[in-house]
Design a protein around this ligand. Structure first.
Ligand code: PLP
Length: 458
């Protein structure tokens, strides 16, 4: 972002660049073993990591991790980091949770998977129904897989091709949602996609009910897929009445509605679907419930489950049906972990405690901005906070992206890392978790203040 950003004028860009350089150098000096391991790794893995995000999300050389405990992980050079990224919300109960470890250990010793159901799967589905309202559930390995199956079912049920998503979205690495709007045209957002993969996706501004109605009125939309609050472009909250409007319009035009809670299930007990009284046709979730074990799910209404049950592709000699499922989906291991997470860890009181920590984080950051007369605000929803580089919170993706000032974010991340705080990925914000304490939150806020003091014009 250019330094003409209207609300970052108090940042001294020369000092920021110098600080970044100094902190980058200090960081490299702290991680000689990681740097050596990377040299070895580069011979056999692109970027030296098993999956590109492990290097690409950070603007520093990748760390190689030795272990984790509670809210901390420790790299191979024995540097400990208090984690506010939490594996992009996959590890919101912290590392090495005893109950999770015991459940996983028990199930591994008995067999991780049989390609057959266990009683845990029934208990998990019962618990999800009680928490989130929808009666029927299916399981995958990742929210990307859940969204893929939901889109397929919605197309089949409605016999329509199109899906609608909102600007600032991320719904996983599936072709239909790797799409962006360019001057009113849907175009592929990344390389290597099938020709025409964006042809049946329309991207609309979040909070714009008029645009949504215009699109739905064409009568070809199978599914509206949205997060309850958009979490992948900082944080965009729905305006009052937005979700009620989306539900009303989708019902009026015969379109199904999916609420993607891949992140926001960590924000409130039963997700924001329950907290805000939403009534979608599908819910997608994942990440946090497996605590690192691949596990994701989608819920559906009775009416949709009825169609799915009658038309599944079950290889019984009848015509081919709906293609759902995968070899490792819904494994005994994942179900054992998810059950303990739901029944023993992600309790209403745990969510309450984390929300209090999230409030402390957001009010701490707000106070830091106010004391320095920065015209910024702190994002806040449940445990999530972050740096909104404007006085008003964004209403849509376009406004949300204005806070992605990567010069500022990258310098802050490495500054925080050198002081033992692992900050959130650039498009998110720091998030409180079950394993954090008030002292952890206060420490993060103090380090954030120290960073700003180093780069604000005197
Ligand atoms: C809202 C949302 N949906 C889906 C996904 C995809 O999840 P996964 O990477 O587990 O497939 C993500 C990942 O960040 C997400 O934020």
């Amino acid at each position: 972002m250019p330094s003409t950003h209207p609300f970052t004028q108090k940042i001294d860009r020369t000092r920021l660049a110098q600080l970044r350089q100094d902190e980058d150098q200090a960081f490299r000096q702290r991680i000689p073993r990681s740097i050596a391991l990377r040299e070895r790794a580069l011979k056999h893995m692109p970027l030296g990591v098993p999956m590109p995000w492990m290097a690409g999300l950070w603007r520093t050389p990748p760390l190689y991790i030795a272990s984790g405990q509670g809210a901390y992980f420790t790299d191979v050079d024995n540097n400990a980091y208090l984690d506010f990224n939490l594996c992009d919300l996959a590890m919101t109960v912290g590392y090495g949770n005893t109950k999770v470890a015991e459940a996983a250990d028990r199930q591994m010793r008995q067999g991780a998977h049989y390609l057959a159901a266990t009683e845990d799967a029934i208990a998990v589905s019962e618990e999800l129904s009680q928490r989130m309202g929808l009666p029927h559930w299916q399981y995958t390995l990742a929210a990307s897989g859940s969204n893929t199956e939901v889109i397929r079912i919605a197309r089949f049920v409605t016999q329509r091709p199109r899906i609608v998503i909102f600007g600032g979205h991320y719904h996983g690495h599936l072709e239909e949602t790797l799409v962006r709007d360019e001057n009113g045209q849907s175009v592929p957002d990344t390389l290597g996609l099938s020709p025409g993969s964006s042809a049946h996706t329309t991207v609309i501004a979040f909070n714009d009910l008029a645009a949504l109605e215009q699109t739905l009125a064409r009568g070809d939309v199978a599914l509206v897929l949205t997060e309850p609050a958009m979490t992948n472009c900082n944080l965009i909250m729905p305006e009052p009445g937005f979700h009620a409007g989306v539900r009303e319009l989708t019902e009026r035009y015969g379109t199904l509605l999916c609420i993607d809670e891949a992140h926001t299930l960590q924000f409130a007990y039963g997700g924001l679907t329950r907290a805000w009284g939403l009534s979608p046709d599908f819910i997608v979730a994942g990440k946090g419930l497996g605590s690192g074990v691949s596990f994701a799910l989608y819920g559906m209404t009775e009416a949709i489950a009825d169609v799915v049950t009658r038309t599944l592709d079950i290889d019984d000699g009848s015509p081919r049906g709906l293609a759902l499922g995968g070899t490792l989906y819904g494994s005994a291991l994942a179900m054992a972990v998810a059950r303990v997470m739901l029944e023993e860890i992600l309790t209403p009181s745990a969510y309450e405690r984390v929300a209090q920590l999230g409030s402390r984080l957001a009010s701490g950051l707000s106070a830091v901005f106010a004391e320095r007369q920065l015209p910024w605000s702190a994002f806040h929803c449940g445990p999530r906070s972050g740096y909104c580089l404007a006085p008003c919170l964004p209403r849509n993706g376009e406004e949300g992206y204005l806070s992605l000032d990567y010069d500022l974010i990258d310098a802050r991340r490495v500054f925080m890392a050198n002081r033992g705080y692992w900050d959130a990925v650039g498009s998110a914000g720091p998030q409180a978790c079950i394993a954090h304490t008030q002292t952890d939150i206060d420490g993060y806020v103090a380090a954030a203040a120290e960073f700003l003091d180093r780069i604000i014009k005197s």
